[in-house]
Design a binder for this molecule. Structure first.
Ligand code: ADP
Ligand code: ADP
Length: 223
């Protein structure tokens, strides 16, 4: 169970975005994918969710190949994209019900998830009326609707103010209790706050893959 990635390579034209990336993540791990802009984080996450086709290599989600079983593997993954697009004119609850219908899942789950992410007082508001922090709660709600085992969060606190960042981190901590999580960020503090392990990516290659405590020690000595 979990995620296994073997020799994943992706080029956009001449631009190498991922160069033979390999790692595995056990069920229940919360892993921070850290790296500067252009490191290949998005390309890696989009490969796992099958939004793009890597050139070579293999991705196994719960022992099933993403390339061979795209529908089955995608069902097991919740994905919060960076700048997650939302239907701003819809009401919060209406939007989540709409997403629910696409998944073909039970309606009761919407209420449950609204409660879980603290959107109960906002559920009858239009999404565009919400603050950025609350819009991100809608995004998080959407990503866990199908109760996926694996959650992939791309820069989940980007663009939020300091209070909203703390709130969203609390929420992620809450949600992550029974899930395998990959969280991408370019901010070290975010990894420290949420993750037990860090994979540092630079120019399409893994330059570190360590428990967070070990990584912190080395990072401090670099400063
Ligand atoms: P990150 O998410 O870490 O910022 P990306 O995966 O977005 O990194 O990008 C990795 C590299 O691939 C960068 O050099 C980026 O410019 C390039 N890249 C990403 N997407 C495309 C694309 N659709 N076309 C061309 N180059 C791309
Ligand atoms: P991120 O770092 O989160 O990937 P970017 O701003 O790098 O955000 O990319 C936004 C979108 O543009 C992504 O879909 C990415 O694949 C695409 N993209 C990134 N770099 C390039 C590039 N050099 N040429 C074309 N598309 C790109």
């Amino acid at each position: 169970m979990g995620i296994i990635i073997k020799d994943l390579t992706k080029k956009y034209g001449d631009q190498l975005a991922l160069n033979k990336v390999s790692f595995s993540i056990d069920q229940g791990e919360v892993v921070g994918l850290l790296g500067p802009n252009g490191a290949g984080k998005s390309t890696l996450m989009k490969s796992i969710t099958n939004a793009i086709n890597p050139d070579s290599g293999e991705i196994l989600v719960n022992n099933s190949s993403v390339r061979e079983n795209p529908i089955e593997t995608k069902k097991q993954i919740g994905f919060l994209q960076e700048n997650n697009p939302l239907y701003m004119e819809m009401f919060v609850k209406e939007y989540l019900q709409f997403v629910m219908n696409i998944h073909g899942l039970k309606k009761e789950r919407v209420e449950e998830v609204i409660k879980m992410v603290g959107l109960t007082p906002e559920r009858h508001k239009k999404i565009h009326q919400l603050s950025k922090g609350y819009k991100q709660r809608v995004g998080l709600a959407q990503s866990i609707l199908s109760n996926p085992e694996i959650l992939i969060l791309d820069e989940p606190t980007n663009g939020l103010d300091p209070n909203q960042i703390l709130e969203i981190r609390d929420l992620i901590r809450e949600i992550s209790k029974d899930k395998t999580i990959i969280l991408s960020t370019h901010i070290m503090q975010e990894v420290e706050a949420l993750c037990s392990r860090v994979i540092l990516l630079n120019k399409g290659e893994i330059v570190a893959d360590q428990p967070i405590e070990e990584f912190k020690g080395q990072y401090k000595s670099l400063e």
